[in-house]
Design a binder for this molecule. Structure first.
Ligand code: GUN
Ligand code: ZN
Length: 428
């Protein structure tokens, strides 16, 4: 028998991108949403939905805002325990804090412990899908996917490949990276809602041979996404130049090795040259903005509005633990602040769209997650728009939904997440 559920509240769904035209009317608000067998059927007035499904169980969320769950398009779950590590910039931060922690993931028990901790933290923050880097250890991928699977989550991840400029215990080879990635890709292919991503860490930690091997694997498996980092800090870019003297620019170190195409995701992408921007747009690559990371590690200011206006696909992400928060609300707030510093006040609809539909699009999953519309998987959240006294007193003055939501975007955290549903099932 088919299982029907109705959630009642203020149901927010986007009808178009708020970057195309007036953001104020890019979404609609409905009284309720009908779910059948883990998917959205439709949203609308409660009476209509009850007529369509008289057997439906109704959950009344009061005046909570019911939306798609957040989609975090770039995280490093192995960095969960070392988030908020003080005082370094990218390369030092990797060597001092990140690599020693990632060494520990050769131990499946430790990896499992952190993967479970990661999902507990992110679900409490309303994130229902994450795309994660793992470590070089195949066990770290198994731990992540197993923890996602036990919670019924849609999740994406890959073994992080690196064969130079990292400690001995954290280097694979071109061949072993290819072999291990291929084994994992086959092992997890088609399992529940899990997707394998081909994951060279970034050009400084891969030899040209390893980048070629990753490019070859991607050519054999174009159905996979490919994730890496691009142009995050100026000293990183100078280092790439010295490691790849022949390359036209940073992007070329990927392009030359078959690692540029539709389905590629580049974290950060702050400092892009004209040629790089043109190529990224031409192929339909995704740029993943990680604002709390960019301020925390001191990387620089990504210009979201300019990138979207020129036609790039942009997703939003925490970049845990270079990012300083597990919360996509905090991440939206940081994106707003960086927008202010680059000359555009992003509208609350634009921020919220980036954290849901934008990220889903960047992961080529917008037909499955990221919005409330017919056929989409019912990974949903209910937001309390008055979760703290400071937020309550500000949203009390709001004259529309965007003004009511903005204080939660700017000042909210896990206390604002009243309920999470995974495929229509309430999470404990
Ligand atoms: N570049 C290469 N690896 C990393 C990482 O783990 N975090 C961030 N922020 N940048 C990177
Ligand atoms: Zn990253």
């Amino acid at each position: 028998m088919q299982q029907h559920t109705i959630l009642k509240g203020q149901v927010l769904s986007f009808t178009r991108s708020p970057f195309d035209g007036d953001p104020n009317d890019a979404a609609q608000l409905d009284e309720a949403v009908l779910i059948r067998d883990g998917h959205i059927v439709t949203s609308g007035p409660l009476a209509n939905l009850q007529k369509a499904a008289p057997d439906a169980k109704i959950t009344d969320m009061g005046d909570a805002l019911i939306t798609a769950g957040f989609v975090d398009a770039h995280v490093h779950y192995p960095q969960t325990a070392m988030i908020a590590s003080w005082g370094k910039r990218l390369i030092d931060w990797l060597n001092t804090y990140t690599f020693p922690e990632e060494m520990r993931f050769s131990d499946l028990a430790y990896a499992t412990d952190i993967a479970n901790r990661y999902f507990d933290l992110t679900l409490a923050n309303g994130t229902t899908t994450a795309a994660s880097y793992c470590t070089i250890h195949p066990a770290s991928v198994d731990a992540f996917f197993t923890a996602a699977q036990s919670r019924g989550l849609r999740a994406l991840a890959g073994k992080t490949c690196m064969d130079r400029n990292a400690p001995d215990g954290l280097c694979d080879t071109a061949q072993s990276a290819y072999d291990d990635s291929k084994l994992l890709l086959h092992k997890w292919r088609g399992v529940n809602r899990l997707s394998y991503m081909i994951t060279p860490r970034f050009s400084p930690t891969s030899t040209p041979d390893q980048l070629s091997a990753m490019g070859a694997l991607w050519a054999e498996h174009p159905e996979c996404l490919m994730q890496t980092h691009l142009s995050e800090q100026t000293d990183e870019i100078a280092w790439v130049k010295s490691l790849f003297p022949q390359a036209r620019d940073y992007l070329d170190t990927y392009e030359e090795h078959g690692l540029l195409g539709k389905g590629s995701l580049y974290g950060h992408a702050i400092y892009l040259e004209d040629r790089e921007r043109d190529r990224l747009r031409e192929v339909g690559a995704s740029l993943i903005h990680c604002p709390t990371s960019n301020t925390f590690i001191g990387s620089g200011l990504f210009n979201t509005a300019a990138r979207i206006t020129e036609g790039q696909i942009v997703g939003l992400a925490t970049d845990t633990g270079g990012g300083s928060s597990f919360s996509m609300l905090r991440t939206m707030a940081a994106a707003y602040e960086i927008g202010q510093l680059t000359g555009t006040a992003l509208h609350p609809a634009q921020l919220y769209w980036l954290a849901t539909m934008g990220s889903a699009q960047s992961l080529h999953l917008s037909d499955k997650i990221g919005n409330i519309s017919p056929g989409i998987e019912a990974d949903l959240i209910a937001l309390d728009l008055g979760s703290t006294p400071a937020i309550v007193q500000r949203s009390a003055r709001a004259s529309d939904i965007w003004e009511a939501l903005f204080p939660t975007i700017m000042m909210g955290d896990d206390r604002a997440i009243k309920q999470v549903w995974i495929k229509g099932n309430p999470m404990p």
